[in-house]
Design a protein around this ligand. Structure first.
Ligand SMILES: Cc1ncc(COP(=O)(O)O)c(C=O)c1O
Length: 371
């Protein structure tokens, strides 16, 4: 009988997925429970509490959407926007452009505020756009994985408030790697993914909707066009302390994995985890400098968990990536969009943000570049 091949062991130092700790892998193999089993329901409640702690929010509607980070994006925009609503969306990389595409498909009128790839959005430009018409939503990417930029948020949130708009933040790559603090930052809604700094396989999208976002959901003229991602229906399935209303079958094993991954995040402590990411990045920057390689993003805007490195003249970016994969069993990312062929993207995310990992990567890069 033919069998699917065993996947190779590859050290994942690209833009995601990130390395998964053995405890999380073991959780995936635990005995399956029914998705309405009381034990599983207790675990769902626990995961909601853990996600609130990790997001830094008290919002009741905080849960993992079934699907990858993009499902979190789609759930957010689908529930917060209605046809004809005006949305201001920041684009400073590939993932902002995806939100624009998604919002337009929903019939929203989208005003795009752009910044060059590798730079941050200008909050004054966001303010001008938000005040230029009655604006329902201001959305932006907190950690642009396509460029390695950490977007400052205060000015954008203040601009949205002054315009009477809701704030949505894509925290797919930021959550667990740098401070997110949804309530303190003033985000009304935020989504993430399991496969970046939480170090859980891809498959769930943590999502939180605060009180203003839930008021918007309740005030909609019509239900959202997606049945699967309908926040009001999902709230019925995930509501604590009352009879669950079956909506869809939760991916039980992925919820086990997320629960264990969040245990590890909270045991370590968020502040210690952010500091570990920062230190791993500092070690990487020093090693890249020794190799004569240049980081693209200015130090003040750099994401510790994702570093874009300029490919030196005369070097074929793809050949280097292939040799790292084939000879050293290490994955790094290539450039996306406007940065294709011009940069490598090195992810030190979650379980991958460790000094021994950085040293192994630098040794492998030195070897491949010397060749
Ligand atoms: C910032 C950002 N947003 C959204 C996504 C989409 O997530 P997924 O690929 O898990 O659907 C990604 C994935 O890399 C991302 O980095």
């Amino acid at each position: 009988m033919s069998r699917a091949p065993e996947p190779s062991e590859v050290l994942l130092l690209g833009p995601g997925p990130s390395p998964v700790p053995p405890e999380v892998t073991r959780a995936l193999a635990a005995p399956l429970l029914g998705h309405l089993d009381p034990e599983f329901i207790a675990l769902m409640d626990r995961v909601k509490r853990q996600l609130r702690d990790v997001f830094g929010t008290r919002a009741e509607f905080t849960l993992p959407i079934s699907g990858t980070g993009s499902a979190g994006m789609e759930a957010s925009l689908t529930n917060l926007l209605e046809p004809g609503d005006r949305a201001v969306i920041g684009v400073h990389g590939v993932f902002g452009a995806r939100m624009v595409d998604c919002a337009r498909r929903l019939g929203a009128e989208v005003a795009v505020v752009e910044a060059p790839f590798g730079e941050a959005l200008d909050s004054d430009a966001v303010r001008r756009a938000a005040l230029a018409g009655p604006t329902r939503l201001v959305a932006f990417v907190h950690a642009e994985t396509s460029t390695g930029v950490l977007q400052p948020t205060d000015g954008i949130v203040a601009a949205a408030r002054d315009a009477g708009a809701l704030v949505l933040a894509d925290c797919v790559t930021s959550l667990g790697g740098v401070p997110v603090d949804v309530d303190a930052a003033g985000f009304d809604a935020a989504f993430s993914g399991t496969q970046k700094c939480l170090s859980v396989p891809p498959g769930l999208a943590p999502l939180t909707f605060g009180p203003r976002a839930m008021e918007r959901v309740a005030a909609r003229r019509a239900p959202p066009p997606s049945w699967y991602l309908d926040v009001a229906m999902l709230a019925g399935y995930w509501r604590e302390g009352v009879q669950r209303a079956y909506h869809h079958t939760a991916p039980v094993a992925m919820v086990y994995a997320l629960a264990r991954g969040l245990d590890l995040v909270l045991d370590e402590g968020l502040a210690a985890r952010w500091e570990r990411h920062r230190q791993a990045a500092a070690l990487l920057y020093a090693g890249l400098d020794e190799l004569g390689l240049r980081c693209v993003v200015a130090p003040a805007l750099r994401l510790p968990q994702l570093t874009t490195v300029a490919v030196p003249d005369g070097v074929d970016a793809e050949v280097v990536r292939r040799r790292l994969r084939d000879e050293h069993r290490i994955e790094i990312g290539g450039g996306l969009g406007a940065m294709k062929g011009r940069v490598w993207r090195i992810g030190l995310m979650g379980h991958g943000a460790r000094p021994d990992v950085v040293r192994r990567l630098l040794a492998a890069l030195r070897d491949v570049l010397a060749a």
